[in-house]
Every structure is written in C-alpha cells, then in structure tokens.
Write a protein that binds this ligand. Structure first.
Ligand SMILES: C[S@@+](CC[C@H](N)C(=O)[O-])C[C@H]1O[C@@H](n2cnc3c(N)ncnc32)[C@H](O)[C@@H]1O
Length: 331
C-alpha cells in the first residue's frame, strides 16, 4: 500500500518505474512490456497485461509473476523486508540500520527511499524506487534481484507486517516456485505508525486496540464497515490507517458515522499527521468534530487517527487510556 495520494512524477525507467539518480534502469524485469524481454539479471520477462500502477485504485487486471525460479542461474542472494519506522533516521532501529547498510540493493516506494539517511544510500550499490501503486512489481523486482544473486532490502514505513509488503513478498516467492529459505528471507521490524502516533498523543493504546485501514483497494468497503461496527461496539481503542484521500472521502465520512453510532461524541480522538516527518502535526479532538477535519490538511494518507475507548480521557493535553490498575490499587 502507499501512503501518498498523489502520483509522483519521477523519471520513468525501462521498467515503468521511477529511478533515483544512482540508477537509470531496472535490472531485474519489473517492467511489464508488450514483448518478451531479457532481464539484466538473467531472467526472461514475459508479456503481462498488468502495469506497475494498475494494481492500485481499481480497474486492475490479474497480475502474473513474470519470471520463475527456473529463470535464474545464480546462487540466490538474501531478501530482507525492513521497516523504517515513522520517517526520521532516529526512529529507525539499530537492526534496521545495520540491515540497510548490509544490503547491496535497496528497493522501495520513492517516498521511503527519499527518507533514507545518506550513509545508507551511499553504501548501497543500487537503489530502485517506484511511485505509489507499484507494490506488486516493486516486490517482484526485489525478489528477482535476490534470486539473481544480490543481497536485497525491500523497505517500507513503519513495520513490514502492518499493511505492508512482508506478506506479499512471501506470496510472490511462493508463486515463483521459490522458497523463503532460498533467499534467506527475513523481516526486520520497525515501529508501526499506530505506536509512533500513540507516543505523540500520550498513552492511548495501553489496552486492547484494533487497527483498521480505510483503504478499500484491497479490502471491500462493506467488510471495512462491518469491522468498524464490531470494533466500535466492543469499545476497543481503534487505530485508523489510510484515513482519507480525495478518492475515498466517502469512506472517511462513513467511518465517522459508524463510530458515532456506538461511541459518545465526546470520545477523545488523537490525530497525528506525518509522525517523525518535517510536517508532523498532532491534535486531540472530540469524536463529534472528526468528520469536518477530513477536508483539512491534517487528515490525509500520512495521518493515523486513534479513537479512544469508552474509558479514554484527556489529561494535560495527553490522551490516557487506563490500563485497569485503578481497579486493583489505590493511587
Ligand atoms: C500502507 S500503510 C503502512 C503502515 C506501515 N507499514 C506501519 O507499520 O505503520 C500507510 C498508512 O500508515 C500510516 N502512516 C505511515 N506513516 C505515517 C506517519 N509518519 N505518520 C502518521 N501515519 C503514518 C498512515 O495511516 C498511512 O496511510
């Protein structure tokens, strides 16, 4: 999934993917050309009706992997899915930093490649980035590079297991006839947005919490609605990912309506835009005020919203969700 609602206007590579200055073309067959082509890493790529961007926003055709494990002669390298955390280098774990410095090739969404510290981009042999909606082709590119013998990092914000590419990498490896062990596949965790944003808001997440993404390009809106009803009815704290985009304003409106069906309009809601980024903004509002904020700069695809449970309150500008100790101890 992507965090951006805008289409990047990067240089197109031969593969239909944008490239950074350190690279001018894809090396491993992420391109979806009309004719059969020979990939630079020894795998032949065949015709597909999908394009790198069609997997996002509907209207996509079925994606087929282009090369299989049999197309590669080299001893495979490694594939590591790395979570960068919220954005700034200080928010990255030491383990993620080490794994990035070890990688020969780094593959990722343009916004995340741009967030990498200089020491990491300077140490990599190659950087390969694509704009939003190229998730499948980008992941396949990373896998093909690993199968061709390179040590590859595929990167994303937050954690690779939270609405991110770790699962897709395993699924594509399997569909290529490869195995995870073949590329020594590893996930290096990062701090997920809910936790980065929770930290900025105080302590809203210390009890049972449910995460829900309002992006309906992979999960249907009726399913999202039914999950929202269930979570709101049971009084979980709710972390809302992918809350608003121009194409999805109705999803956000519907979400606010559902929350208000089950929760008091004065339920505290924390909104964090761009945690760990230069434009970071944090606000705590009442649930009843949330819907109107959907049309402001505060809420977009780099925002996470945390809706308190029925016990959450605001104290000294911090959200507090009691852990429950007050029922056992006097303090
Ligand atoms: C595709 S999901 C990726 C989640 C990521 N893997 C994680 O662990 O946080 C993208 C969503 O994560 C949230 N997000 C990512 N980075 C964020 C940040 N710096 N501040 C606030 N929310 C962020 C937003 O809700 C965004 O729409």
């Amino acid at each position: 999934m992507s965090t951006d609602d805008t289409i990047d206007t990067e240089t197109e590579s031969n593969c239909g993917a944008s490239t950074t200055e350190t690279e001018t073309e894809s090396k491993c067959g992420a391109s979806t050309t009309e004719t059969e082509t020979e990939s630079k890493c020894g795998a032949s790529t065949s015709t597909t009706s999908d394009s790198p961007s069609s997997s996002c926003g509907g209207g996509s055709t079925e994606k087929q992997v282009e090369s299989t494990v049999n197309d590669f002669d080299a001893d495979p390298g490694r594939l590591v899915a790395i979570g960068l955390g919220p954005g700034q280098p200080e928010g990255m774990t030491q383990r993620a930093r080490g794994a990035l410095l070890d990688a020969e090739h780094i593959v990722g969404y343009t916004t995340y490649v741009d967030l990498l510290p200089d020491e990491v981009t300077e140490s990599a042999d190659e950087l390969y980035d694509t704009p939003m909606c190229g998730e499948v082709s980008r992941t396949e590119e990373a896998i093909d590079r690993a199968l061709a013998g390179n040590d590859v990092a595929i990167i994303g914000s937050g954690d690779p297991n939270v609405y991110a590419l770790a699962g897709l990498a395993l699924e594509i490896l399997e569909s290529k006839g490869a195995t995870a062990s073949m590329v020594d596949f590893e996930v290096v965790p990062g701090v997920p947005a809910a936790q980065s944003c929770g930290a900025r808001l105080g302590a809203p997440l210390v009890n049972d919490t449910v995460s829900i993404s309002l992006s309906d390009h992979l999960t249907s809106m009726p399913t999202i609605e039914s999950r929202l009803h269930a979570a709101a009815k049971e009084s979980f704290t709710i972390s809302i990912y992918n809350p608003w985009s121009r194409k999805r304003r109705e999803n956000f409106q519907k979400c606010c309506e559902i929350l208000l069906e089950h929760r008091d309009p004065e339920t505290p809601v924390g909104i964090v835009h761009g945690a760990g980024r230069e434009d970071e903004t944090t606000e705590i509002v009442d649930l009843g005020e949330l819907e109107d904020l959907g049309e402001t700069d505060l809420i977009d695809m780099t925002t996470t919203i945390i809706v308190g449970n029925e016990d959450t309150y605001v104290w000294d500008d911090r959200m507090v969700t009691p852990r429950g100790y007050e029922s056992k101890y006097d303090y």
